[in-house]
Write a protein that binds this ligand. Sequence first.
Ligand code: PNS
Length: 169
Amino acid sequence: MTAPESEGTTLRRAVCPGSFDPITNGHLDIIGRASKLYDVVHVAVMINQSKKGLFTIDERIQMIREVTADFGNVEVESFHGLLVDFCKQRDIPAIVKGLRAVSDFDYELQMAQMNNGLSGVETLFVPTNPTYSFLSSSLVKEVATWGGDVAHLLPPTVHEALVERLAQK
Ligand code: PNS
């Protein structure tokens, strides 16, 4: 539930950024947990002009909106450029990221320190649910491309969309 914004009350906002091509149960777990900690969670879908995704940005946004609707305080948008600018424009002081394993940590730490140095935005790391510690959108797409079963790793509507998209290829 979103707290009312009145005089003297500032909504606590955080952003969960990513490519989300497509959103997985791992992403959803992190967004859901962030939505319990903050008044508003912004999901920021990065537009990467140099990389053609399996799903368009609009398709990704639509899928994320559908599967996060029940949280009640999640806003989904795309962005290009620097994440810190997205945060500045919306008064977001915190980035929430899932950490799957130690191997994620090096790069995530670098980004967190860079973002903090650029604008003072903080990064909070949430340990991924161990059920999803091996999970990534790329791996899901690869396994599904070769007929592997990934139904348990994605929200049902996203799984349907993935199977349909791969069948068109
Ligand atoms: O799901 P991904 O592809 O691992 O997400 C990466 C993302 C979007 C979080 C990261 O690439 C990012 O923040 N990009 C925005 C550009 C930016 O701000 N770069 C400087 C990072 S220090």
